[in-house]
Design a protein. Structure first.
Length: 190
C-alpha cells in the first residue's frame, strides 16, 4: 500500500519545533506516495499521520493503550486516533486528503466515529527523539466528543480504552507517547 510522505528537506520548519499551530504556509509543497515498507526506515522521507484528539466538553481527553501493532509502540498509551494517509484517500489537496484519511481511520478504529471532523486541523507535531518520530509528521485535529457515550475501539482493533482523563495526566512519565503530550500542547496554544 502506498502512503503519503514528504521529502525531509521539505519539512525544515518542523524539525526545530515539536508543535506548530496550523497555517496554510506551513503545508509542505513536495510529496510522494510510496510503499509504507519502503518509508518506515528511510530518514530521507517523513510520513504524514492524520491524528485526532477526542475531547469531552469539560476538557478531558480520551486515552487508550495499544495491545499490538507496531512493536515500537506496543504497550504504550496514547490519546491520538488516526494513522497513515493512503493513496486511495487522495483528494488533490494535502489537508483535505489528510482529513479524508482521518475520517477513514476513525471509522476503522472506533465502534462509532465522531459525528463530525473540523475542516481545518489544529496544528502539526513532530519529534526527532525516537525511531518512530524521526520518520513521521503529525497533522492534528481537535474533535469534541458528544456527551452520553465514551469512544470504544472497534472489534479487532489492538486498542484498550482507558477512558477520558484530565489532560494533566497525559505525560510520558505516565506511559504516554510523546505525541500525545505534543498534541495537547497545541490545544493549550489556542
Amino acid at each position: 500500500m502506498n502512503i503519503l510522505a514528504f521529502p525531509r528537506e521539505s519539512i525544515a520548519p518542523f524539525i526545530q519545533a515539536q508543535h506548530l499551530p496550523f497555517t496554510q504556509d506551513l503545508i509542505p509543497q513536495a510529496s510522494v506516495y510510496a510503499p509504507r515498507s519502503q518509508l518506515e526506515d528511510d530518514p530521507a522521507f517523513v510520513q504524514l499521520i492524520a491524528y485526532a484528539i477526542l475531547r469531552h466538553r469539560g476538557g478531558s481527553v480520551w486515552a487508550y493503550q495499544r495491545t499490538s501493532g507496531d512493536s515500537r509502540l506496543h504497550g504504550r498509551k496514547s490519546t491520538g486516533v488516526g494513522g497513515h494517509v493512503d493513496e486511495a484517500d487522495d483528494l488533490g489537496d494535502v489537508i483535505q486528503t489528510a482529513r479524508a484519511a482521518l475520517i477513514r481511520e476513525l471509522a476503522e478504529e472506533l465502534q462509532v466515529p465522531p459525528p463530525s471532523v473540523p475542516e481545518q486541523p489544529l496544528g502539526w507535531i513532530n519529534e526527532q527523539d525516537s525511531a518512530v518520530g524521526r520518520v513521521h509528521l503529525g497533522l492534528v485535529w481537535d474533535i469534541q466528543w458528544p456527551d452520553g457515550r465514551d469512544p470504544l475501539p472497534a472489534q479487532g482493533e489492538a486498542l484498550v480504552s482507558i477512558g477520558f482523563l484530565p489532560s494533566t495526566q497525559i505525560t510520558q512519565a505516565n506511559g504516554f507517547e510523546l505525541w500525545s503530550e505534543l498534541a495537547l500542547r497545541l490545544t493549550q496554544q489556542r
